[in-house]
Structure formats: structure tokens, C-alpha cells
Design a protein around this ligand. Structure first.
Ligand SMILES: NC(=O)c1ccc[n+]([C@@H]2O[C@H](COP(=O)([O-])OP(=O)(O)OC[C@H]3O[C@@H](n4cnc5c(N)ncnc54)[C@H](O)[C@@H]3O)[C@@H](O)[C@H]2O)c1
Length: 430
């Protein structure tokens, strides 16, 4: 087959639509493997950055981008007409939720419309955006076929979920096994061939729906287990048991247990959102996902619990939240990244703000913060303790000097067990 040959000899031209946390690393990997890659985005600032050889994603180095751009293997554009020149097109656009917690497929629909207008025989189209089972065959396929070409025959169509974990030093695009499900065998085969040229292990599955469901199972598994451990944390607090010690000891079991950790709530673009894609689709089929809803409820209550712990901490020194100066350490949604999407620290800040706290924060990854009528600037850690009543560790970035915190601050509320081996009276754990 012509496309397979083109992939094997690296002559296939690859288009990546959406150059964010998922699309950019993928584009760079394909370029490194010797393919001619064109990145498509609607954000002209990102396009300009790539073409100048600058990275805006932590896990991708500017050096890799500029090497590929100079070699002519990577370029970026907002000119969607160039999609016509591509042999394989990978769609990596956002799939957020609407305010009503229903899936917002508008970005996918726009990207698919752009492809449809330029679709030509022999092209391979792959959706990577996380979405509910059925999206590829119920939404993408009919839209692409509107132009008259038939999926599986005239062009090829597959779904392949992205598993990238920003900030993870061990697992990256290349060594995370990639699940691939095509709308027919040829589509699966071609998509597997394409990814096989940059990824060590390919896991073909029987359909696009299975591939879509795999991703939602993975992320629902995390959301539910985090919900469970958060509930254990809430009950342990009532029973005066150290939940962190419990988890550490339980994790010594060599089988049948996998540790998850409590925290100030879920964050990021995946775990707080993706399970609701699944529950929405299940509802369409008359099925109610009780685990997802319950986990969402418990995880969503964690910022309030953090505020309760802050209140208890201040109370121990006869202080109220109202009027107290509270300093937050870490506002990004997880350790060592700058991503603020759905960060629970925002909820904690907002709840404290509403109760009259005077707030400040330190996060070397997030220099400025605008949220809930607050405009804050990250304070260097060395200056953070001035006049502060209570520090709250929301995100356990590696750079913070944890051992010094109980000495520098009158009170420390630790939502991440960052002060694990420090037993001081002024430290309040989750
Ligand atoms: N971030 C993660 O860690 C991660 C992990 C696994 C899966 N995913 C999934 O991958 C998908 C993309 O996520 P992301 O984190 O890369 O998002 P992102 O917001 O970082 O990047 C998406 C990019 O798409 C661009 N875009 C939006 N509409 C477009 C259009 N019509 N045409 C061209 N470009 C368009 C945006 O400008 C942006 O640059 C989502 O479905 C997400 O759930 C994300």
C-alpha cells in the first residue's frame, strides 16, 4: 500500500492539528524521526514561537524545535489549506466541558471541518483528543464523509488516545505504549505503522470505540481512586489517624494495592474532566455512572476541607481567616509544571478570599495570577514569610525549602505531605 510505504521510508507528510501539550511533543518526535511535519494551530503566537525555534511547553526543548525547524522537518502554520498536502493528519485539539458538564466538542468539530474541506483519497486521519466512546464513528466519520469520500476505503480513520504526562521524567511520548483503534483493519494497521515509527510499543485494539473507552477507563480509574483516598483522608481526620502513614504502610503490600494520595482536589485538563465525557455518554444510553459522580463530589469538596484545616490551624492561635495573611505555596495543578488548568489551588484561594483572608503566593512556575478579582504576583520564597499568619502548601514543587517552613511560618497547612518527616506542633496535615 502506498501510504504504508511512504510511512516506512519517511516520505509521508504529517500534519498535527493543535500544538499544545499533546500536539507539540508529537510533532517534534515525528520530525526527529525524519518525517516532514506541519503543525496547524489557530494561535498565531504559538505558530510564531515554533517557527522561531522557541518552545512554550515544559517537556519540549527549544533546541529540539529549532533543530527541526532549521532542518526543514518542522514548520507551523494557521493556513489550513495546507492540510491537503498531508498524508496523515493527527487531531490534538482541546476537549473541555461546558458549564453544564456536557462535552464540548466544538474544537474537534472545527478541526474536522478544516480537514473535510481538504480531504483527499489515501489520507489517514487520526483523532487523539480525549473524548467519549462513539465520537470517531458518530461525529468525525460522518462529517468527513460529507465530501463524498468513504472512510476505510477512500481515506483511513482511527482513534488513538494520548497518554502523555507533562513533567514526567521517566515516561515520555516515545516509551509510553500507544493504543490504536481504527474504523477498519486497514486504518488500524496504518495508524499503528505511523506511530510505530516513533513509539516503542503499539497496542492495536478492535475498534475506535474500544480505543476511546480505554482512555476514559484509565482516567476514571484515577479519578475514582483519588476520590476513594480523599474520602479515607476525610474519615481518618475524624478518627484522628494519620492517613499518610496508613497509605505508606499499605503500599508495602506487594500485590493488590496501588497507592493513591489525597490532596487539595483534582487538577489539570484530564482527570477532573474526562470521566464526565463518559458519564454523559452513558446517560445517553440510559446508564448512570455512580462511581464517577461520587468521586467528582468528594474530589470537588477537597478545597473546602483545606479551608477548614486552615481555619482549625488559625483557631489554634486564636485567629480567624478573616483578616489573616495567608500564603500559598504552589498554585499550578501539580508538582513541577506551570499548567494552571482546573488547579485546586484556585478554589482554595477563592474560598479563602471570600472569607476575608489577605492572600499571597509563591510559585516559580506561575509568575502572575489573575483569579476571582485577585491579581497576584509570585513572591520569591525568601521574602514569603513577612507578616504571614499561615502558609498553605497546595502544590509540592521540588524547589521549595520545606524543612525551613515550620521555622519561618507561625502555621503550615500541608495538603501534600511535603513535610513528611517533620513533626512540629505548628504543622497541620490534610
Ligand atoms: N495535557 C495533557 O496532559 C493531556 C494528556 C492526554 C490527553 N490530552 C487530551 O489531548 C487533547 C489536547 O490537549 P492539550 O493539553 O494538548 O490542549 P492544549 O490546549 O494544550 O492544546 C490544544 C491546541 O489546539 C489549538 N486549537 C484549538 N482549536 C483549534 C483548531 N480548530 N484548529 C487548530 N488548532 C486548534 C489550541 O490553540 C492549542 O494550541 C485534549 O483532548 C486533552 O484532553 C491531554
Amino acid at each position: 500500500m502506498e501510504l504504508k510505504e511512504k510511512i516506512r521510508n519517511r516520505h509521508a507528510r504529517i500534519g498535527i492539528i493543535g500544538l499544545g501539550y499533546v500536539g507539540l511533543p508529537l510533532a517534534v518526535e515525528f520530525a526527529k524521526a525524519g518525517f516532514q511535519v506541519t503543525g496547524f494551530d489557530v494561535d498565531v503566537a504559538k505558530i510564531a514561537a515554533i517557527n522561531k525555534g522557541h518552545s512554550y511547553i515544559g517537556d519540549v526543548s527549544s533546541e529540539d524545535i529549532s533543530t527541526a525547524v532549521k532542518a526543514g522537518t518542522l514548520s507551523a502554520t494557521d493556513d489550513m489549506s495546507k492540510l491537503h498536502d498531508m498524508d496523515a493528519i493527527d487531531i490534538c485539539v482541546p476537549t473541555p466541558l461546558r458549564k453544564t458538564r456536557d462535552p464540548d466538542l466544538s474544537y474537534v468539530v472545527l478541526a474536522v471541518d478544516a480537514v473535510r474541506a481538504r480531504l483527499k483519497p489515501g489520507q489517514l486521519v487520526i483523532l487523539e483528543s480525549t473524548t467519549y466512546p462513539g465520537t470517531t464513528d458518530e461525529v468525525v466519520q460522518p462529517a468527513l464523509e460529507e465530501g463524498g469520500l468513504k472512510a476505510g476505503k477512500d481515506f483511513y480513520l482511527a482513534f488513538s488516545p494520548e497518554r502523555v504526562d507533562p513533567g514526567n521524567q521517566t515516561h515520555n511520548t516515545k516509551n509510553i505504549p500507544k493504543v490504536v483503534g481504527g474504523m477498519n483493519d486497514i486504518s488500524t494497521d496504518l495508524a499503528a505503522e505511523l506511530y510505530g515509527s516513533i513509539i516503542n510499543t503499539i497496542v492495536p485494539v478492535s475498534s475506535t470505540q474500544v480505543a476511546e473507552m480505554v482512555k476514559l477507563l484509565e482516567n476514571t480509574f484515577r479519578a475514582v481512586n483519588i476520590g476513594l483516598v480523599n474520602e479515607i483522608a476525610l474519615m481518618s481526620h475524624r478518627m484522628n489517624i494519620d492517613v499518610w502513614e496508613v497509605i505508606e504502610a499499605a503500599a508495602t503490600k506487594p500485590f493488590g494495592f496501588m497507592p493513591f494520595y489525597p490532596g487539595p482536589g483534582l487538577g489539570g485538563h484530564c482527570i477532573p474532566i474526562d470521566p464526565f465525557y463518559l458519564s454523559w455518554k452513558a446517560r445517553q444510553n440510559g446508564f448512570e455512572c455512580r462511581f464517577i459522580e461520587l468521586a467528582g463530589h468528594i474530589n470537588g469538596s477537597m478545597p473546602s476541607f483545606v479551608v477548614e484545616r486552615v481555619s482549625e490551624a488559625l483557631n489554634s492561635q486564636r485567629k480567624a481567616i478573616n483578616g489573616s495573611r495567608i500564603h500559598i505555596f504552589g498554585v499550578a495543578y501539580k508538582k513541577d509544571v506551570s499548567d494552571m488548568r482546573e488547579s485546586p489551588a484556585l478554589d482554595v484561594l477563592e474560598l479563602l478570599h471570600r472569607r476575608g483572608a489577605i492572600l499571597s503566593y509563591t510559585d516559580p512556575h506561575v509568575p502572575l495570577l489573575d483569579h476571582a478579582e485577585m491579581s497576584l504576583k509570585s513572591v520569591p520564597e525568601a521574602d514569603a514569610a513577612n507578616g504571614i499568619d499561615c502558609a498553605v502548601i497546595c502544590t509540592n514543587h521540588s524547589v521549595f525549602k520545606y524543612a525551613e517552613m515550620p521555622k519561618r511560618f507561625p502555621l503550615v497547612v500541608d495538603t501534600r505531605n511535603a513535610l513528611k518527616n517533620i513533626n512540629a506542633e505548628n504543622v497541620f496535615r490534610l
